[in-house]
Design a protein around this ligand. Sequence first.
Ligand code: FAD
Length: 404
Amino acid sequence: MKRPSILVLGAGYGGLTTVVNLQKIMGTDEVDITLINKNEYHYESTWLHEAAAGTMTPEQVRYDIKEVIDPVKVRFVQATVEAIDVAGKKVLTDNGEFTYDYIVIALGFEGETFGIEGLDKYALSIANVKAARYIREHIEFQFATWSAEEVKDDSRLNIVVGGAGFTGIEFLGELANRVPELCKEFDVPREKVRVICVEAAPMVLPGFDPELVNYAVGHLESKGIEFSIGTPVVEATPEGVNIKKSDDEFEFIKAGTVVWAAGVRGNRLIETTPIENMRARVKVEKDLRAPAFPDVFIIGDCALMINEETNRPYPPTAQIAMQQAEAAAANIKALIQGQTTQEFIPDLKGTVCSLGDDDAIGVVFGKKVTGKRASFMKKMIDNRALYMVGGPKLVIKKGKFNVL
Ligand code: FAD
């Protein structure tokens, strides 16, 4: 009898954790498992702001997928998914067509520009490891050019970061430490460089404890970061961004670098399927299956789940993606063995937002933490994610041990 086939799309936190769990809980002769990913490597999306600022190299944030999968149990195919045919149960890629009995869609996030003019074209986005490397090199290029040019254009040293949410603040934290290094390397006086965070909402880090938000803003301001809050970006151009300060007042900020970190959506491939979705995110059933498609599991940033306590969606996080992956693997096993699936209930342990390598804020197990203690916890969270996928070997190879 033909063995059931499981196709996992994407080797980010969700996809790779699914495969690692499946290879643990399923026997070699029980199923055929195929993992498809665009690159031969996995990257830690939660470290991308470090690669983008240049406080880490792109090499440090990624590792070879083959290091953590068992080739006897899992077939890895490097390919870009081009279409998902959920009615025909097949997937089209640039490296062939694949059929499945069960599929796990874990294709991650894309930047959301909310239709703001020019952002798609002129702003950079911390979307993946290549985009992060591009941002790092773009900023270095601006510094090198300023240093070499006869008639100096100071605005090329301005860096605008759109969005004071989690990603924006973590990126600003890295920039706060990186800018003085860049100034030294490229002979640029520090006072020439402006790093400006522009946020449409009336607050920084919405949803975070106000005391922690004040700590974060104070820390970043003390390192020269400027904040323009309640001032939406209305347009991006090759020269910078236009922001709305009040009903009839606009300000143009000239900048050599604009990084958009103000929102994410699911992968656009979801929108090409008949599965009901909102900005490429699917409101999944309690067992993580797509409504009306019982062979399709959707996890990570392509999935949307409502927190019944707050009646708001859970924010898309690596923490939830990894927990969903474990649950999806167990539910697929249950279906194959003729058992019933289990409801997925997130077990949120807390959130820590880094402010560079040496500071952070967060709430862990219900307790507020700041400073070096929070920074230490952030590194332990990062190391734990590595451990869950690749065990102690991967932690030793890629872990963060620069504890201050
Ligand atoms: P991803 O991890 O993004 O993986 C998606 C995978 O799919 C990638 O490997 C990609 O290459 C692949 N892929 C995409 N399209 C295709 C295609 N067409 N064909 C083949 N493969 C494809 N969360 C936290 O919990 N804590 C944090 O501190 C935190 N910090 C963050 C900081 C930054 C800068 C960013 C950007 C995000 C942060 N997040 C954090 C959010 C977290 O990274 C995401 O929620 C998480 O990565 C989602 O996991 P995923 O598996 O859905 O997607």
